[in-house]
Design a protein. Structure first.
Length: 271
């Protein structure tokens, strides 16, 4: 087994498990304020300390994991659900007006960073986790469309695709039955990378107040609340910061491990 894959899966599993457990149990209520016990350090009854309102940081990290993972997962789902069909369509119609429209549309979306899109959406509909999902999902669409189109273009010239065309199969049927299964490995790896980027994007949007709104905990919001108290309570910033770092590191390691495990050329080389 690939070491990167194992380590990445372990790190990712810790935060996935904490997010799932938070649905049924947390050490304390993540919304309960205990002013007399505010800014407690790591250790004691509150394992990871308390914030400036006396809320338990471990409980907030657990619920915040749920928020970050949900936002990133749905956003990646939107990107794959719309981007992959567009990429397959563009590859099937390569060189045509349809291909040109899809790819120039992708360039247009790339011209606006996800934060700018989020600000625009927030100005119209208001700040919320749902709008953060939409903003991140929109930015993921051209990523998956480009990846899918690039991988599919090389497959359209292969012999088994030519055989399918000679057999009378339509371009849409060939894309679904032959092209998509052969690019799935690449999409899985890219999905893990975009998932980690989605967590970072959600944290960034929450940090500037455009993501999940109080009282829903978010790692980015926790960092924003801690920025004025780093000198007196550094754990308020260190704990959510390390949570983001370890989660993203785990997903990136898992993506690298999946790439090595699913690449047939590397598999043959190892044998």
């Amino acid at each position: 087994m690939n070491r990167n894959l194992i380590l990445g899966a372990l790190l990712t599993s810790v935060f996935l498990l904490s997010a799932l457990v938070s649905f049924v149990w947390t050490p304390f209520s993540h919304t309960a304020m205990d002013i007399p016990n505010k800014l407690q350090g790591i250790g004691g009854a509150h394992l990871l300390g308390t914030d400036h309102f006396g809320r338990d940081i471990l409980s907030m990290i657990m619920v915040g994991a749920r928020t970050s993972i949900a936002v990133a997962l749905v956003a990646v789902g939107i990107g794959m659900g719309l981007g992959v069909p567009l990429g397959l369509w563009a590859a099937a119609k390569r060189g045509s007006l349809v291909d040109e429209i899809i790819m120039r549309g992708n360039d247009l979306v790339f011209a606006f960073p996800s934060l700018v899109i989020a600000i625009l959406i927030t100005a119209i509909f208001g700040a919320s986790a749902v709008n953060a999902i939409i903003a991140i999902g929109i930015f993921n669409i051209p990523v998956f469309a480009r990846i899918t189109r690039g991988a599919a273009l090389s497959l359209w010239e292969r012999e088994f695709i030519l055989a399918a065309r000679v057999a009378g199969k339509s371009a849409a049927r060939i894309s679904v039955e032959h092209i998509l299964p052969n690019v799935t490995n690449l999409l899985i790896v890219q999905g893990t990378i975009q998932f980690s980027l989605g967590i970072l994007a959600e944290a960034g949007l929450s940090y500037v107040g455009l993501g999940a709104q109080p009282p829903t905990p978010s790692w980015g919001r926790m960092l924003a609340d801690a920025q004025t108290m780093v000198s007196i309570a550094p754990h308020m910033a260190l704990v959510p910061g390390f949570a983001i770092i370890l989660t993203v590191l785990g997903l990136n390691l898992m993506g690298d491990g999946l790439r090595d495990a699913l690449d047939p050329r590397l598999r043959v080389r190892r044998i």
